[in-house]
Each structure stands twice: as structure tokens, then as C-alpha cells.
Design a protein around this ligand. Structure first.
Ligand SMILES: [Zn+2]
Length: 323
């Protein structure tokens, strides 16, 4: 069964669009292979508002937030996780509004594994896009880390993160995409702001060591247990029928895990070969990210005692074999 992805036809860049009672969204112009049309910043409340994921350092987005927040008092800046398309403008908004930044914690820097983290060589198309963005005064933004981010307030799973007139926002800890990832639950609407945990248009990148497939699967189940009426991802359109959608995500990951295990049992030892056979039809530009997801599956399979590896630790250049 394939995942019933949803598309967003018109991002309406720079506009604060009322998407639900008490919920507005402004989309930043940072489209990419990881961000879809760009980062969607949510503004919850009227008068006293919480801002979820202020977004990337893009001038036009900062200006759009200034306009959107005119006459509003920002009481909380909620951050799902500190990838550079989510958190960098939090520092600016904090300075401007005096509101605290609220998150699970700073990014947990994984120092336990030495990895091949050399960036992909950009192809001509990407280079042209980057140059155009630079010429337009826009930063090139991808899924890099915002290590400068450290929240004023740390919230744990289930705690109220912010509230205002007619709305209460609760932190839901959903590790997997990153270990510090939070979703935010709007009690009154049974709505879940999912950050990058669940996106409407694509699966999420799970990249070890901070990304963890076992945690990710448990966090998907966690969302189903909440029985949300609607999911609001940072990237893309809302998902209004959450359960079948999340079920399809879970099945997709378990199918992939089975595929990785079958590849190892068939004698494929190296991740790039596994990606070639498992991601047929997927844009080559995404193969490196896919390799990280395969690594995440392999780490889980090693933990499960089904796969073994040569060397000190499982990595992207490690040979694998059946246990
Ligand atoms: Zn992310």
C-alpha cells in the first residue's frame, strides 16, 4: 500500500493564511528537495500568540512574520527541532518580542560515530538554484543543524508548552527524525503540529546517529495513539485523515526494513548497492539521504540481532552480513 501523500498547490509565500480557527501559516521561500515549497511557520491564537518554528534565515520570511505579527503579542516561541529550516529565526523573534524560546533541548551532538559527512557535490541545476537564491538575497537552506539554538525553557513530553485565550499547546516528544524532536498538540482542536516527524508530501529523513529508526517507529505509533483530528506538518498541506496515513508510514518503514534485511541475506554488503536496488525510480539526488535511512534500518537490525557488520561500528561505509 502506498502512502496517500497530499500536495499543496499554492504556497502563497509571505502571506499569513488562516488555515483553521486560531491558526495561521506563513510559508518561507526556501523550497528544496527536503523542504518541499518551504518552511511553514504557524501562528496560533489571536492577541496572545505562540509561533511554531519561526523558520530559516530568509529576509523575506522575517519581513512576512513582522507583518503577520502586527498587533499581536508573542507569548511563546515553540521549536520542534533545530534543523536550519526550522529554528534560526527563533533568536531574532525572541529579541524582538521578548518571548521565551521553548523546546525539548538543544540538538544532541552525536560524537559517538565518525561518519562520512562530506556534502554531495551539487549538480548544475542545484548550483544554478543556489546562485539564483544568493543573487536574490536568500540563504541556501537545507537540513543542516542549527547548533546555536538553546531554548530558554525545556519542556518534557506531555507538559503544557504554551497557552492563551482559547488554546493550550502541549509538548509531545517524538524522537526519530532527531532525538530532540517535539510535536505540539493543540488541545482544543485535537490538532498536532508535526514538524518534520510526519510530513504530508514525503517521508522524513532518519539520519543516524541522532536520527533513530526504532524511536521513529515508536513515535509514529505515539501519534496514532493520540488520535489527532488533523496533522499540521512544517512542510506541505495538512493531513486530515491521520490514522490511515500514519499506518501507511509505519508499513512503508517495515517494508523497507524487510527489504534491507532481504538484501543483506542475498549477499549485498554495502549501503550504496542496497540503495540502488531498494530505491528504484527515486531521484539520484536523494540517494545519499536514502543511504542514511538504510543505515538507520541496519542499526535497528543489528540491535535486533539479525544483521552483523565488520568494523568498530555500523556506518555508511561498513560492510554488512546476516547474523
Ligand atoms: Zn528536520
Amino acid at each position: 500500500m502506498s502512502i496517500p501523500f497530499v500536495t499543496l498547490d499554492d504556497p502563497r509565500y509571505g502571506e499569513a493564511v488562516q488555515v483553521a480557527p486560531l491558526v495561521r501559516r506563513v510559508i518561507a521561500k526556501n523550497p528544496s528537495k527536503f523542504t518541499y515549497h518551504g518552511t511553514g511557520t504557524y501562528i496560533v491564537g489571536d492577541g496572545d500568540v505562540a509561533v511554531i518554528d519561526p523558520g530559516p534565515m530568509v529576509d523575506s520570511h522575517r519581513d512576512a512574520l513582522v507583518t503577520a505579527l502586527e498587533g499581536q503579542r508573542v507569548s511563546a516561541i515553540l521549536v520542534t527541532h533545530c534543523h536550519s529550516d526550522h529554528s534560526p529565526l527563533a533568536a531574532w523573534l525572541r529579541e524582538r518580542s521578548g518571548a521565551p524560546t521553548i523546546a525539548f533541548g538543544p540538538h544532541a551532538v552525536g560524537t559517538d560515530w565518525v561518519e562520512d559527512d562530506t556534502p554531495d557535490e551539487p549538480d548544475d541545476e542545484e548550483r544554478a538554484a543556489a546562485e539564483a537564491a544568493e543573487a536574490a538575497g536568500e540563504a541556501k537552506v537545507e537540513e543542516s543543524l542549527d547548533l546555536a539554538f538553546d531554548p530558554d525553557v525545556r519542556v518534557a513530553d506531555g507538559e503544557v508548552a504554551a497557552f492563551g485565550d482559547g488554546w493550550t499547546m502541549r509538548a509531545i516528544h517524538t524522537p526519530g527524525h532527531t532525538s530532540n524532536h517535539l510535536c505540539f498538540w493543540l488541545d482544543e482542536q485535537r490538532a498536532l503540529f508535526t514538524g518534520d516527524h510526519i510530513m504530508g508530501w514525503s517521508t522524513s529523513v532518519i539520519t543516524p546517529p541522532d536520527g533513530n529508526m526504532r524511536d521513529y517507529l515508536a513515535s509514529l505509533q505515539r501519534v496514532n495513539d493520540l488520535a489527532p483530528a488533523v496533522l499540521w506538518p512544517t512542510h506541505g498541506a495538512p493531513v486530515t485523515d491521520g490514522k490511515p496515513f500514519v499506518d501507511a508510514f509505519l508499513r512503508h518503514r517495515l517494508d523497507r526494513e524487510a527489504g534491507v534485511l532481504a538484501a543483506v541475506r542475498a549477499g549485498t554488503t554495502m549501503i550504496p548497492e542496497m540503495v540502488k536496488s531498494l530505491y528504484v525510480g527515486v531521484d539520484k539526488k536523494l540517494h545519499k539521504a536514502a543511504g542514511r535511512s538504510v543505515l538507520a534500518h541496519l542499526i535497528k537490525l543489528v540491535d535486533d540481532g539479525l544483521v552483523d557488520f565488520d568494523g568498530a561500528q555500523p556506518g555508511v561505509t561498513t560492510p554488512y552480513r546476516p547474523a
